[in-house]
Design a protein around this ligand. Structure first.
Ligand code: SF4
Length: 236
């Protein structure tokens, strides 16, 4: 596949996203990613929280060697870092690890310890939103593993949409998948998953802000539990 990497204006990218969102609503995840690979080439990346490597695996089938961007907040479970390392070792992808400007120790010195307990929005802004904004600067499009069935806030996720905040095309190729669809793909393709998923966690984020879920809770109930916060700001 010849990747087209032409320069596009913000208005062109936005129109492209809106048209693709309509035209690809009924396409498969792989078809959506093949469209992204053909349209954006190396100016397309996947972001992964290393909860599982499903979207990275799909994207590597559409674009071998695809960039997989991982945000190392400094607060991850060791299992998450291990999953990142395993993905890098065995998959045909190029893992790019983004880090915040400050280490956790530097942040503690400036803002006080456990900022995540006192002001999680600021902590996420410093350790997730800002580094991702800088890390995505060279790309025209990014793919995520967002799914409509994960929570009410994600129920209207388009398969291809416009990320107004970053001025990029945002692709959610498995938006229409269920948890069962994910599990089927993992089993059929032997895809790497975070070991915490078999230890009571349904959604894996930073250790201080993630707990196991209880029976009947939705997948993201274990994130920022007990707070009104449901998203880290990457997808809002
Ligand atoms: S999820 Fe928690 S620890 Fe991680 S960046 Fe956000 S507030 Fe900080």
């Amino acid at each position: 596949m010849t990747a087209v990497q032409e320069e596009r204006t913000t208005e062109e990218l936005k129109a492209l996203a809106e048209r693709a969102g309509r035209e690809l609503e009924d396409a498969t995840a792989l078809e959506i990613l093949r469209w992204a690979a053909g349209t954006f080439g190396k100016r397309f990346c996947v972001t992964s929280s290393m909860e599982d490597a499903v979207v990275a695996h799909l994207a590597s089938r559409a674009l071998p060697g695809v960039d997989v961007v991982f945000l190392d907040t400094g607060y991850h479970f060791p299992e998450t870092i291990g999953t990142r390392d395993a993905v890098e070792a065995v998959m045909d992808v190029n893992v790019i690890t983004l880090t915040p400007r400050q280490t956790v120790a530097e942040q503690d010195a400036e803002y006080g310890p456990k900022l995540h307990d006192r002001d999680p929005d600021l902590c996420c802004a410093l350790r997730k939103v800002k580094p991702l904004e800088e890390g995505l600067a060279g790309y025209q499009a990014w793919a995520t593993g967002l799914r409509r069935d994960e929570s009410e806030t994600r129920a209207n996720t388009p398969v291809v949409g416009w990320d107004e905040k970053r001025g990029k095309v945002k692709i959610s190729p498995i938006a229409k998948w269920s948890q069962e669809d994910v599990q089927t793909y993992v089993t059929e393709h032997g895809v790497l998953t975070n070991p915490l998923l078999t230890d009571g966690y349904a959604s894996v984020g930073c250790a201080p802000c993630t707990r196991r879920v209880l029976e009947g809770e939705d997948a993201r109930a274990g994130r920022w539990s007990g707070r009104s916060k449901t998203e880290c700001g990457l997808h809002g």
